[in-house]
Ligand binder design. Structure first.
Ligand code: ARG
Length: 402
């Protein structure tokens, strides 16, 4: 067993530390799984006229719970549950296409080896030569007699962060913890560039965690250039094409799937206004501003704002040039409002978190800024479980034998 120890209580500030969503009651509570199962099965039958009749299915689920403490979803239920979990993701602006999520049912897989292989398959299916497809791969569920497998890595693709002592981090400072964890597990480290792809860290059911290098053909990356500024290319910046979150738990009808990596496509601002720009990430605004020859002696030259625009332009331009799907924040904002209209027409509530929906660049120039949202939390859902956050920061290895 692991003890989850926090490194001196350090919290990374822009990483919002999420409590399990308040709308998701503990499935361990007495009667919890039964109620949650019934609520989900009713929802499925309500929305899908082709689903098998409710009462016999409820009786079957009840028998399974009686026998094993949990139950198995049918492939249809799993696919519906995963899609609705996306639909219910209050922080996601990209939900218009929730029905198109491709669901890879890999619930029979619970070994590290098997998961690493399937994660590679996931990335190939999602990358699709640059025409990014939303995909989820669902591994074995949690059961009372058998812990589910887990993916420690926060995303399938992440860049290493090497802590130099003294000196600034080389790479992505967000990932220093998991980089250390990989090394402690025996990863020899990458070449030491600011964009070394980390190995995937996975833990099979009842196994020790292991690291696996991702095969090259699974990791599509886009080198960044600017449409007008020749010097930009020399900064040597790049980003990966697929954002595949792998540390959130998919919760459907009282069943938890802790290993269920999923991806959509990027919105440019995630890279250009956060990953490369945040002061505790790649912190590149001063570098870009210097390239632009801007006066950085005070805030009022708006050097940060001007550098942000050029950096974000470079991201969109480079992804387009490479033939890799990327959304811009204006288009994605309009799509989100279309999503709200469609859902309302279907008679469903849509929860949304304003602070996550509004883009980190030019917020008020997008229509999503100028209104409020229903903040209801609904199930099925993707949830951050506290232990997954600890694992994804590599903190469980600190001071511990594994
Ligand atoms: N913001 C995260 C990143 O930059 C990815 C989150 C999911 N994003 C998405 N477009 N599906 O890596």
């Amino acid at each position: 067993m692991f003890n989850f120890i926090r490194k001196s209580g350090k919290e990374e500030c822009p990483v919002r530390v999420d409590e399990p969503s308040p709308g998701v009651p503990d499935p361990e509570e007495k009667g919890g799984i039964r109620e949650l199962a019934e609520e989900f099965l009713r929802l499925h039958r309500h929305e899908d006229p082709h689903a098998a009749p409710l009462q016999p299915r409820l009786r079957e689920v009840e028998r399974q719970i009686e026998r094993s403490g949990t139950y198995e979803h049918t492939p249809d239920e799993l696919a519906f549950g995963a899609r609705v979990a996306w639909r219910n993701s209050n922080r996601c602006i990209g939900r218009l296409y929730w029905r198109s999520l491709q669901v890879r049912d890999r619930r029979h897989i619970d070994t590290a080896e098997g998961m690493a292989q399937e994660a590679a398959g996931h990335l190939r299916a999602a990358t699709n030569g640059g025409r990014i497809r939303p995909v989820i791969t669902v591994f074995a569920q949690e059961a009372p007699d058998r812990p589910a497998p887990r993916i420690w890595s926060e995303q399938l693709i992440r860049y290493a962060g090497y802590e130099e002592d003294p000196g600034p981090v080389v790479g992505d400072p967000r990932n220093t913890g998991i980089t250390d964890a990989a090394r402690e597990l025996g990863w020899p480290g990458g070449p030491g560039t600011p964009f070394d792809v980390l190995p995937l860290i996975v833990q099979g059911s009842g196994e020790q965690p292991r690291w696996f290098e991702l095969p090259d053909d699974c990791v599509l990356e886009v080198p960044l250039t600017h449409p007008d500024l020749d010097w930009f290319e020399e900064l040597g910046l790049r980003w990966h094409a697929v954002p595949a979150i792998s540390s959130m738990c998919l919760e459907i009808g009282g069943v938890c799937y802790p290993a269920a990596p999923f991806n959509g496509w990027y919105m440019g601002t995630e890279i250009g206004a956060r990953n490369l720009a945040d002061t505790d990430r790649y912190n590149l605004l001063p570098t870009v501003a210097d390239g632009l020859g801007l006066d950085r002696s005070g805030d009022r030259s708006l050097w940060k704002d001007r550098a942000l625009v050029e950096l974000n332009l470079a991201v969109l331009h480079s992804f387009d040039r490479a033939g890799v799907t990327v959304a811009d924040h204006h288009t994605e904002s309009r799509r989100f409002l279309t999503h709200l209209e469609r859902e309302e027409r279907a008679g469903r509530r849509v929860g949304a978190d304003w602070s996550w929906i509004v883009p980190p660049l030019s917020g008020a120039a997008t229509p999503v800024f100028h209104r409020y949202y229903d903040t209801c939390e609904q199930r099925p859902a993707f949830a951050h479980h506290p232990e997954s956050l600890v694992l994804s920061r590599g903190e469980s290895l600190v001071g511990h034998e594994i």
